[in-house]
Design a protein around this ligand. Structure first.
Ligand code: PLP
Length: 389
């Protein structure tokens, strides 16, 4: 009989943590004032918002003024990439991104391209790694912004963010953004240690609510607002702030920061246990073998469609994906895997299992059994499909 769902898709979204719900509920119930209102109700909301912003800033090693609250990862990234590009457009219309960025970065860059910017895409190696020297080669005196993610959402590869930041900053006036949406639960994110000018995070990958995120903007770095209206967020993001969601993000980030040193190695050990149970026999790891997010196991299954494997697993009560949740349901092959040099037919065998802080040994062992079985059946289905043709 099918047991409770084994959730191995934390890279898509993580369950909302009860501590976060507990922190948000009183604000939703009683702290509904508009933080921009001058009266006591507004001032009370402002106080709660300021405290949440301070906690978010402190978790990033930033100051509260450097934190812009947004509606999530996508908005933070759009504001960073487009905002920095437009702010730097007097200098030049060149934007540099890596070949494995999330669609939020890619889409922002392509939007800029339609508005006259030149977009340069830096390649990656077979592990999905960007070489800082390639970033250096892509920057000219016309470059406004460079965006390279901290860690990849599909294959988990961690980039050399500090080295890339140093390379970018050899060129005065160029801003460096990193999409740390996937990295935030797992890697320490001190903005000075990373050397970044702009950094994006999202609440829901951390066990916080969806619909809230933050953009770190280093003091002195100019960005042009992408949303116009009131003067909230120091004129960088118009719109009444969601105080309860800011508290949710602050709580989730605080918890992740406090627990990271114990949770990350435990989850990595579970991930390794799952890896040793499923790798081999035509199932190969994608992404960097060691420098990868501790919760990510991404594989290619030879001779099967990843989508068939994940559908079969879903029927057995295991939730996982073929790659980016945003691309699920489209016929597109992962641009990340093709950039890493995988031919399209191989890339179609991609399966991503992403563990979380609540994943157990028993779940991993059961998932490994079900995965092996699903792979066998998916391969049979692929052979039958060929015979029928
Ligand atoms: N960047 C990365 C690396 C992601 O994994 C995601 C979410 O899947 C995003 C950006 C977008 O974040 P959000 O879903 O909060 O808009």
């Amino acid at each position: 009989m099918r047991g409770p769902t084994i959730y191995l898709d934390h890279a898509a979204t993580a369950p909302l943590r009860p501590e976060v719900v507990d922190a948000m509920l009183p604000v939703l119930r009683d702290g509904w004032g508009n933080p921009s209102s001058a009266h006591a109700v507004g001032r009370a909301a402002r106080e709660v918002l300021d405290a949440a912003r301070e906690r978010i800033a402190s978790a990033l090693g930033a100051t509260p003024r450097e934190v812009v609250l947004t509606s999530g990862g996508t908005e933070s990234i759009n504001l960073a990439v487009k905002g920095a590009a437009w702010a730097g457009s007097a200098r030049g219309h060149r934007v540099v991104i890596s070949a494995v960025e999330h669609h939020a970065v890619e889409g922002s860059a392509h939007h800029l391209e339609r508005h006259g910017f030149e977009v340069v895409v830096v390649p990656v190696d077979r592990y999905g790694r960007v070489d800082p020297e390639d970033v250096e080669a892509a920057i000219t005196d016309r470059t406004a912004v460079v965006s390279v993610m901290t860690a990849n959402n599909e294959v988990g590869t961690i980039q050399h963010v500090r080295e890339i930041a140093d390379v970018v900053h050899r060129h005065r006036g160029v801003l460096f953004h990193t999409d740390a949406v996937q990295a935030a639960p797992w890697l320490p994110l001190d903005v000075d240690a990373l050397g970044v000018d702009l950094l994006s995070i999202a609440g829901h990958k951390l066990g916080g609510p969806k619909g809230v995120g933050a953009l770190y903007v280093r003091r002195g770095s100019n960005i042009v607002a992408q949303q116009h209206g009131g003067g909230q967020e120091r004129y960088r993001r118009a719109g009444t702030e969601d105080v309860a969601y800011a508290v949710g993000l602050a709580t989730a980030l605080d918890l992740a920061t406090a627990e990271r040193a114990t949770v990350a190695p435990r989850v990595a050990a579970l991930r390794d246990r799952l890896a040793s149970a499923v790798l081999g026999d035509g199932v190969t790891l994608t992404g960097h073998p060691t420098e990868r997010l501790p919760n990510n196991l991404s594989v290619i299954v030879a001779g099967a469609e990843g989508g068939t494997v994940t559908t079969m697993l879903d029927l057995e009560g295991v939730a996982c994906s073929t790659g980016s949740a945003c691309a699920t349901g489209t016929a597109d092959v992962s641009h990340v895997l093709t950039a890493m040099g995988y031919p399209e037919d191989e890339a179609r065998g991609a399966v991503r299992l992403s563990l979380g802080r609540s994943t157990t040994d028993a779940e991993v062992d059961r998932a490994a059994d079900l995965l092996r079985d699903a792979i066998g059946r998916a391969r049979d289905a692929a052979v039958e499909a060929v015979v029928e043709r």
